[in-house]
Design a protein around this ligand. Structure first.
Ligand SMILES: Cc1cc2nc3c(=O)[nH]c(=O)nc-3n(C[C@H](O)[C@H](O)[C@H](O)COP(=O)(O)O)c2cc1C
Length: 216
C-alpha cells in the first residue's frame, strides 16, 4: 500500500464518543475545561495534560511543540519551561499564544488563544523544587534548544549536574519559568460520528464571556 492508501484506510472519529450539549454549559470557559479534563482523566485518556503550545518568532514565523499542563486557575493555563529556550525567547517578544488539546478517545479538542505571562520568580522556584530529581537534573544541565554537537557532552553535563545537586539539593535553575496563559478565546469541539460536530467558542468581551456556536 502507498502511504496515501494507508492514510486513507485509517479510521477517524469512528469510535463511541460522549455527547455534548452546548446549551448546558457554564458562563465561563475555565470551569468547562476543568470538567472536560476531569472526564478525560476518568475515561483513561493517555496524557490528557499534554498540549501543543504555538508561538511565533520575531519574524512572525509560527512554531509549535508539546508541553505539559501544570495547573489551571483563574489566571489561566499554566506550563513550565526554560525562559532561554527557543519558545522562551519567542514569548519574550510576542506573548500571544495558542494552546491545543486533543483527547482522541473522546473525540474532543480544545483550543485556547491568549497571552502568556511569566509568574513571579518565587512561584517558578517552588515549581522547580517540586519536580522529580531527574527533571531537575535535566533542566539544570539545560541549554534547551541550543545546538548539541555531541551526545557525550550531554552525558558529561548530566553527571556533573547530578553531583552538584547531590551536594546542594536546593539548587534551582533560574531560567525555569512558570507561565500562565490568560485566555481571550476558548473553543470546545466535540466530534460526532455522523459528522454533526459541536463547536462552542467562548470569547472574552469587555462585559464578560460571550458564547457562540460555530459551523463545524
Ligand atoms: C509529552 C511531552 C511533554 C513535554 N513537556 C514539556 C514541558 O512541560 N516543558 C518543556 O519545556 N518541554 C516539554 N517537552 C519538550 C518540548 O516539546 C520541546 O521539545 C522543548 O520544550 C523545546 O522547545 P523549543 O525549542 O520550542 O523551546 C515535552 C515534550 C513531549 C513530547
Amino acid at each position: 500500500m502507498t502511504t496515501r492508501e494507508t492514510l486513507r484506510a485509517l479510521p477517524v472519529l469512528a469510535h463511541p464518543m460522549p455527547s455534548f450539549d452546548p446549551t448546558a454549559t457554564p458562563a465561563e470557559p475555565i470551569a468547562l475545561f476543568a470538567g472536560w479534563l476531569a472526564e478525560a482523566v476518568d475515561a483513561g485518556v493517555d496524557e490528557p495534560h499534554a498540549m501543543t503550545l504555538s508561538t511565533v518568532d520575531a519574524d512572525g514565523a509560527p512554531d509549535a511543540r508539546v508541553l505539559i499542563l501544570k495547573d489551571l486557575d483563574a489566571t489561566g493555563w499554566h506550563f513550565a519551561t526554560s525562559s532561554v529556550s527557543a519558545k522562551g525567547w519567542q514569548l519574550a517578544t510576542e506573548p500571544r499564544v495558542a494552546l491545543s488539546f486533543h483527547w482522541r478517545e473522546q473525540g474532543r479538542q480544545v483550543r485556547v488563544r491568549g497571552t502568556a505571562r511569566a509568574a513571579d520568580p518565587t512561584v517558578s522556584r517552588a515549581d522547580f523544587r517540586a519536580r522529580p530529581e531527574g527533571s531537575r537534573v535535566a533542566t539544570l544541565a539545560g541549554r534547551q534548544s541550543a545546538v548539541l554537537t555531541d551526545r557525550a557532552e550531554l552525558d558529561r553535563e548530566l553527571s556533573a549536574v547530578r553531583a552538584r545537586l547531590t551536594a546542594d539539593p536546593d539548587l534551582v535553575a533560574e531560567a525555569h519559568t512558570v507561565y500562565a496563559v490568560a485566555p481571550t478565546t476558548v473553543e470546545f469541539w466535540q466530534a460526532d460520528r455522523e459528522r454533526r460536530h459541536v463547536r462552542l467558542r467562548y470569547r472574552r468581551t469587555p462585559d464578560g464571556w460571550e458564547r457562540e456556536l460555530l459551523w463545524p
